[in-house]
Design a protein. Structure first.
Length: 250
């Protein structure tokens, strides 16, 4: 009995660090040789889905405390968006020297309101926590507010209201982030564009208005070139103005 127990524990130890070659040797002991080729053990490339050279490349900070550089900021925020099923409300893009974030207005604001909703504050808190360890690597943060035209016709009165609303929304997001004391206030800027920088041309439909109503946050890496909004749009979407077919493809 003691001998059998010892053999059992030796077997457990032997298979505790199995690799493909060892496994084939075990299989060969119990099956015909021609069957061994059908037995495969996934290696690191298989586990990464063929997208990365190794598992190390897919490491994502599990908490804000693990964010150590500017690239970690994007990885952490992207994981948060996916985990919380926010892909339809928040768009994230990892640019050369910047991180571009688009918030659909429904997640931050109620209609015709510039007061940040509680759910929106939660999202901004996540962004603030993610910035804590990399503030020295952030050169500037821009907050861009946009509204959508109510119809196809241009109206001076509505246009002025929308420009004020977009400015108030952008500056309120800026103010909320500034109150966290993460960055020097002079690194933060806000702009309200009203209806004048739509992602896709106004056509009076609600589907188009939903896309054009948004607040964007552009986090610029220290020392990187501060690109114009149009330049960023062309990098993110491949063109500007953006066609509705391009957005559907994304």
């Amino acid at each position: 009995m003691v001998t059998l127990l010892l053999t059992f524990f030796v077997l457990l130890f032997a298979i505790s660090s199995v690799n493909e070659e060892k496994w084939k040797m075990v299989v060969e002991a119990f099956t015909d040789v021609e069957d061994v080729a059908q037995v495969e053990i996934a290696d690191e490339d298989d586990l990464s889905g063929g997208m990365y050279d190794s598992l190390e490349d897919v490491k994502v900070p599990a908490s804000p405390n693990e964010i150590q550089d500017f690239d970690d900021l994007y990885a952490y925020l992207n994981a948060y968006i996916i985990e919380n099923n926010l892909e339809s409300d928040i768009q994230l893009y990892d640019g050369d020297g910047y991180t571009f974030i688009t918030f659909r207005n429904n997640i931050l604001f109620d209609g015709n309101s510039a007061y940040i909703k509680w759910d929106g504050k939660t999202i901004l808190d996540v962004l603030g926590d993610a910035l804590v360890n990399v503030t020295a690597e952030v050169g500037a943060i821009r907050f861009e507010g946009h509204t959508a035209r109510a119809g196809t016709a241009y109206s001076d009165r509505q246009s002025l209201f929308d420009r004020q609303l977009s400015s108030d929304r952008a500056v309120n997001v800026l103010y909320y982030m500034q109150c966290k004391g993460l960055l020097a206030p002079e690194k933060l800027t806000s702009t309200g564009h009203g209806e004048f920088k739509p992602l896709i041309p106004h056509d009076g439909t609600e589907a188009t208005r939903i896309i054009n109503r948004r607040v964007e946050v552009i986090i610029i890496e220290n020392g990187a070139v501060d690109k114009s909004l149009e330049e960023i749009y062309k990098e993110v979407y491949g063109e500007y103005p953006v066609s509705s077919d391009t957005l559907k493809a994304d």
